[in-house]
Design a protein around this ligand. Structure first.
Ligand code: UDP
Ligand code: MG
Length: 319
């Protein structure tokens, strides 16, 4: 028996792209079935992340017309990472293999073939990696590069230029469930699962229609989330910087003291400057520590990451 592939697509206000995305996805699934690469019962799972437009109505209609489409409706908007996890966890028991991708057709659907080939060669996880960032602005390109650099400096194992376009086997997905954190950063968590992995490169396209749901503010929040949920090195860094500054201030004290004794007292400016320096450093330190304290607080509460309101799914294959 061939494996059941479930393609999981989180959607937030995507009414403009959904018709085209679902048309292309269906085409892809049918062609893969035709080639015997996937089995009967494969599905396209559209997760509605509390959209305010017609997204859910469209998903429901698609499901009613065609059992190939399943729909998961979340009780409210919880963000891309949670919506994706909701989709993956909902299909966990049924799918032999899952592929997650965005709804806006930026991820090249044709890369699915290669991902499946790698899976058949024995990979449990296959990462889709953007070969070029031609369609991104200079700003997005450089901030993204900076982000990956910081992550690798912090010792976090992230796959360079990989977003959330990835294949996961049933086994890998089951292991993913064991990562219980509330602050989700899948790109950092999935590599921790291990097993044999593969990479497929593809060219990232422009968004087919509609607007990005990740404006600068959200992007920065996501990057901070990624760093602080994967590493505690910033805290250690503060400690080291603190030690260094303490050492320097001891030297400064000594020098100023000697100058005073020798009759060259330094002006008020020296005092003001040192106050500013240490004041701001303390603020930065408190901010970073606060970030982790806040995280701890959220993790302790362990609120559910998502609540599925409706799951539309055809058990039997009618085709
Ligand atoms: N998305 C979501 N919930 C949100 C925001 C985004 O499910 O709160 C989905 C969105 O529909 C898309 C994917 O996450 O399928 C990636 O979002 P987008 O393309 O806007 O991000 P970008 O590619 O601009 O970073
Ligand atoms: Mg996008």
């Amino acid at each position: 028996m061939k494996e059941k592939l479930f393609i999981v697509v989180p959607c937030y206000n995507e009414e403009e792209v959904l018709p085209e995305t679902t048309r292309r996805l269906k085409e892809k699934i049918l062609s893969l079935k035709g080639q015997g690469k996937i089995g009967e019962g494969s599905r396209i799972v559209l997760v509605d992340d509390g959209s305010k437009d017609k997204t859910w109505a469209m998903i429901r209609e698609l499901h009613e017309k065609d059992p190939l489409f399943s729909g998961v409706k979340l009780s409210r908007n919880r963000g891309h990472q949670n919506a994706l996890l909701a989709g993956l966890m909902t299909v966990k028991g049924e799918a032999d293999v899952t592929i997650s991708m965005d709804a806006d057709l930026q991820d090249d659907i044709d890369a699915v073939d290669e991902m499946l080939d790698k899976y058949h060669e024995g990979c449990e996880i296959v990462y889709g990696v953007r070969s070029a960032r031609k369609t991104d602005t200079f700003f997005k390109k450089s901030t993204a590069q900076g982000f990956y650099k910081i992550m690798s400096r912090l010792g976090v194992d992230v796959v360079y230029n990989h977003a959330d376009y990835r294949l996961m086997s049933r086994r890998a997905l089951e292991e993913l469930e064991g990562f219980r954190e509330v602050n989700l950063f899948l790109r950092g968590i999935v590599p921790l699962i291990g097993f044999q992995t593969g990479v497929v490169t593809y060219e990232r396209h422009e968004r087919f229609a509609g607007e990005s749901k990740y404006p600068l503010k959200k992007m920065l929040a996501f990057a901070t989330e990624g760093i602080t949920s994967m590493s505690i090195r910033p805290i250690r860094l503060i400690f080291s910087v603190g030690c260094l500054l303490f050492f320097l201030s001891l030297i400064a004290l000594l020098v100023f003291g000697i100058r005073c004794i020798c009759g060259y007292p330094d002006g008020l400016l020296t005092i003001a400057a040192s106050l500013w320096t240490f004041g701001s450093l303390q603020l930065i330190a408190i901010g970073v520590v606060g970030e982790y304290v806040g995280k701890n607080y959220m993790e302790t509460k362990a609120r559910p990451k998502f609540i599925v309101e409706t799951y539309l799914h055809a058990e039997e294959d009618n085709d």
